[in-house]
Ligand binder design. Structure first.
Ligand code: ASP
Length: 337
């Protein structure tokens, strides 16, 4: 298995003064103790995570799916919001790297007694843990925690802000299916307003050179989103027509998405992804969803389980991405190290 702090996602060809072709490589070095969002990463750093995830995916294909990379380290999953895929995936990733794992949820912990996020984080640090993977309903919670502790903090979703590992696993899956996202047309469809998945995908995909379109009912499109370099439409057929891939988002009813359209049936009729609608799309269009799916709201069951769907492959790839992230943040080359 080849792991590296320094990897070369970018090659540039120059002609030397003597007229020879010289291939120069732009290298990336991982220096960050935390992963807070794709907004804060360069495209080389994103490439570094994706490259390392490729190596870890090889580990997951072995009969013995374990390496000693994080032996002696402890990862805490600190989840203030419900989660199935992300929490289990981080736990599996840490265990596949031989780390010890502690799962902490609101219920049954001192969070219920009113302990602050920072106090909880500082106590976890005092308990000599190495990484806190945090999910929180408040945008900015992961960044706030990262400033309060010296150990690593990985954002597993903060409010409406970012869900970086979800976008990384989406991009990894797109690379596997389509080669490279540069120049591809990717449409993100659904509850853009409440979606940290949308924001992380927009940051990541635009940095890597994809053409991103967002599509939703007007009330679910945040004001000024086009400033992030995306096209905006409320016409679903337009969003699908030229797309190489669509990433279909869950309606976040717990965050008041329901007020944006008259009923779930009407949303499905106007924006839902059906086999009928996909007939107007490219034949090999890649269909993604971060889960959990509301079948019959965002997409039909036939599409979710159909030939174009890579939804379960996304889930599998999530483990490799999270292994890469846990590896990099715990092996960051600190500035003066
Ligand atoms: N699982 C993703 C998240 O936590 C997407 C969703 O919940 O809709 O943001």
């Amino acid at each position: 298995m080849k792991l590296s702090y320094v990897k070369s996602p970018e090659e540039k060809t120059k002609i030397s003064p003597k007229g020879n072709k010289v291939v120069t490589k732009k290298t990336a070095i991982w220096t960050k103790k935390d992963l807070l969002g794709l907004e804060y990463l360069s495209k080389e750093e994103i490439g570094l995570i994706l490259d390392n995830a490729k190596s870890f995916k090889e580990v997951l294909a072995r009969p013995l799916r374990k390496v000693p990379t994080l032996r002696g380290k402890t990862v805490v999953n600190l989840f203030y919001e419900p989660s199935t895929r992300t929490r289990i995936s981080f736990e599996l990733a840490a265990k596949r790297l031989s780390a010890d794992v502690i799962n902490m949820v609101k219920e049954g912990s001192s969070i219920q007694k009113g302990e602050t996020l920072i106090d909880t984080g500082r106590n976890l640090e005092a308990l000599k843990t190495d990484v806190i993977v945090v999910r929180h309903n408040c945008s900015g919670a992961a960044a706030m925690l990262s400033r309060a502790v010296n150990i690593s903090v990985v954002n597993a979703g903060d409010g409406w802000h970012e869900h970086p590992t979800q976008a990384l696993l989406d991009i990894f899956t797109l690379n596997e299916k389509l080669g490279n996202v540069k120049g591809l047309n990717i449409s993100i469809i659904g509850d853009i307003a409440h979606s940290r998945v949308a924001r992380s995908n927009i940051w990541g995909l635009t940095k890597l050179g994809a053409n991103v379109t967002v599509c939703a009912p007007g009330k679910l499109i945040p004001a000024g989103i086009e400033k992030l370099g995306v096209k905006v439409t409320s016409n679903i057929d337009e969003a699908i027509k030229k797309a190489d891939a669509i990433n279909v988002l869950r309606m976040q009813f717990e965050r008041d998405a329901a007020g944006a359209f008259p009923s779930r049936i009407e949303y499905f009729k106007t924006f839902g992804i059906t086999e009928e609608r996909l007939k107007k799309a490219k034949k090999d269009i890649v269909v993604m969803h971060p889960g959990p799916i509301n079948r019959g709201v965002e997409m039909s069951a036939e599409v979710a389980d159909g030939a174009n769907s890579v939804i379960l492959e996304q889930v599998t790839n999530g483990i490799a991405i999270r292994m890469a992230v846990l590896y990099l943040v715990t092996h960051a080359k600190r500035e003066n190290a």
